[in-house]
Design a protein around this ligand. Sequence first.
Ligand code: I3S
Length: 114
Amino acid sequence: SSPDSDSSKPELEKAGLLNKTKISEGGRKLRKNWNQSWVVLTPSSWKPGNSRPESSVDLRGAQLEFADCLSSKKNVFKLRTVTGNEFLLQSETDSLVREWYNTIQGAGKPSGQR
Ligand code: I3S
C-alpha cells in the first residue's frame, strides 16, 4: 500500500468547483440561485477538522439523474436526497460533470453495490 493509505487523515475522494443550486427543500420547490461552489466528497466517517463546510449533503440513498431539461445550462444533473432536498450541479466541462456524476453515484450506494 502507498504511504498515504495508512494515514490517519480522512481520505478525500473528490473535490472541485461546480455550479450548484438547490431547487427544493423537503419536497418544497425553491427559487434557483446558481453559485459556483467548492464541492468535496468525503466518506461518511469524516468529521470536519479545520475546514468548515458551508453545507453538507448525506448521499446515502440519494438519486441522480441527468436533467438538462431543468435548466438552460448544459451538463446539468439533479441530485435528490432521501429527505427530499434537490440540487442541480453543472459545469461547462462535459467530462468533469460525468466524473462527478459517476463518483456521487458510487458514493450513495452501499459499498457492495458500487
Ligand atoms: O428554471 P428557471 O426558474 O427559469 O431558472 C432560471 C431563473 O431561476 C433565473 O433566476 P430569476 O428567475 O430569479 O431571475 C436564474 O438566473 C437562471 O439562472 C435560472 O435558469 P437556468 O436555466 O440557468 O437554470
